[in-house]
Write a protein that binds this ligand. Structure first.
Ligand SMILES: Cc1ncc(COP(=O)(O)O)c(C=O)c1O
Length: 476
């Protein structure tokens, strides 16, 4: 039974869906960021038995308008500063529609020549954009967590004896991996899932700039070797999740070389800033990494999902993931074909490269870099407002575009200030005018703002302390 629309219906529904998109951008961006609903509220909107009969598309789009869009957090809007969530971009909306229409599956070259070749091109463009390497192998995956997992799998495979694939890790010396205590939780998940073990992920203390301490890193590696362990990988962070700190990547590269270890850099967030004149000195040494993760869906404004793994020596990536069963053996010997399934854990995935390619083509690297610089200036502007005020206090430096601070009016003890900020984080969400999250900085509760959305203006930034002051007067 054919499920397609008539050509006339198709054109009409695309127009109607386009109208919804226009409404989001014209009417909803300034709406309260958090929709102000409870889990029960959202469940109630969709609570029905599996439908036996279909609904006509006009009515379905109406339901989407009221209940889907109405229950969404407006994280593409100018007042969203939570987590590390990019604002997306409108060229990529067009890409997503075309990508879904073509439904490409890039497991093998012949199942999608265009998706394969665009992915190879885009991976190299992203690598050049961050100043890594001109010729890398890589893949575009769903997120930084999966990407870090894939890269640690590459490190593990290439730093262990030949029989790892067949025999697993049984009987081997325990492997150890090193990251700063500010490292993203995806590394904890990865070492757990890869059988390396959480106790073998060494969290090295940081300095007052939240950068890993190379002296303590060296000491720990030496001790572990002496204790009979097998140190395999040093991880540098180019933009920590908490405060945007960039490790001293050059020194980490020296350590990895001296110790003959794999060197991985997690640039999931900060990578796109790496060639900006204002901050590029922070990223010196990234070019020495064996592998890098960078997320176009964060600071390259590509909508979810798109996270790149970049590996300097293609064969090291291929030998980690290449496994070709009979049902996937066809035509691979025809000149110059690459089957992406050999370079990543997933087999089937969506045509992610189209939206990244269209974004880079439509805006060009110059405009994207200028936009990223604008985000950094927004974070610095908030920092300057806070430093000038007498009721706020910065809790961390602002090397990139994350600012962490406390509302700290005079007369409160440290504990009372912490308690007030915890309450404020909740009140801010419920109020909905702005959206930010809380974290801990050296044990203190911080309000954390991340600026990776070019829709945010200086005036919007000025509003952040105003809204917080207003709410502080209302929380008890
Ligand atoms: C430094 C860093 N690495 C990895 C990740 C994980 O990325 P994702 O959320 O795309 O899985 C994040 C997420 O914020 C991050 O900040």
């Amino acid at each position: 039974m054919n499920l397609d629309f008539t050509p006339k219906e198709l054109a009409s529904y695309i127009k109607k869906a386009g109208e919804l998109v226009r409404e989001i951008y014209e009417e909803k961006l300034d709406r309260h960021v958090f929709p102000g609903k409870t889990p029960k509220d959202v469940q109630a909107l969709f609570d029905e038995p599996l439908p036996e009969q279909g609904l006509n598309v006009e009515a379905l789009l109406e339901k989407v308008r009221s209940d889907v869009i109405g229950s969404a957090t407006m994280n593409i809007g100018p007042h969203y500063y939570g987590y590390i969530t990019g604002g997306g971009n409108q060229v990529a909306i067009l890409a997503e529609m075309i990508s879904a229409s073509l439904n490409q599956n890039n497991l093998k070259w012949h199942s999608s020549p265009i998706s394969t070749e665009l992915e190879k091109l885009v991976v190299n463009w992203v690598s050049q954009f961050i100043g890594y390497s001109d010729q890398v192998a890589g893949a575009i995956l769903d997120g930084g967590s999966t990407a870090n997992f894939n890269c640690l799998a590459v490190a593990r495979k290439n730093m262990s004896p030949e029989n790892l694939s067949a025999e697993g890790m049984y009987g081997m010396k325990p492997m150890t991996i090193y990251v700063s205590e500010e490292g993203h939780s995806s590394f904890d998940k990865a070492v757990d899932a890869l059988g390396i073990g959480l106790n073998n992920l060494r969290k090295i203390p940081v300095n007052d700039q939240f950068q890993i301490r190379p002296d303590l890193l060296r000491q720990q590696i030496k001790k572990d070797r002496k204790d009979g362990l097998n140190p395999i990988c040093v991880i540098g962070i180019a933009g920590t999740t908490n405060s945007g700190a960039v490790d001293n990547l050059g020194v980490l590269s020296d350590v990895a070389k001296e110790e003959k270890m794999w060197y991985h850099v997690d640039a999931a967030y900060g990578g796109p800033a790496a060639k900006l004149p204002s901050v590029q000195h922070l990223f010196d040494g990234i070019e020495e990494a064996d592998s890098v993760v960078v997320n176009p869906h964060k600071w390259l404004y590509v909508p979810f999902e798109a996270a790149c793994i970049l590996v300097k020596e293609p064969e090291k990536l291929r030998r980690t993931f290449s496994l070709i069963p009979d049902y996937l053996r066809s035509n691979e010997d025809e000149g110059g074909r690459t089957d992406l399934m050999e370079y990543q854990l997933p087999l089937t995935k969506s045509f992610k490269s189209l939206k990244v390619w269209m974004t880079l083509k439509a805006f060009g690297s110059k405009r994207l870099r200028e936009t990223i610089q604008g985000d950094i200036e927004n974070a610095q502007y908030l920092q300057s407002l806070i430093e000038k005020s007498d009721d706020f206090e910065m809790l961390a430096p602002v090397p990139l575009s994350i600012a962490c601070f406390q509302y700290a009016p005079a007369g409160l003890s440290e504990e009372e200030t912490d308690e007030l900020n915890r309450k404020l984080a909740h009140a801010i969400e419920q109020d909905g005018r702005i959206f930010l999250t809380a974290t801990k900085i050296r044990g203190k509760t911080a309000l954390r703002t991340c600026f990776i959305n070019p829709r945010t203006t200086k005036k919007d930034v000025e509003w952040i302390p105003e809204v917080i002051r207003d709410l502080a007067g209302k929380v008890d």
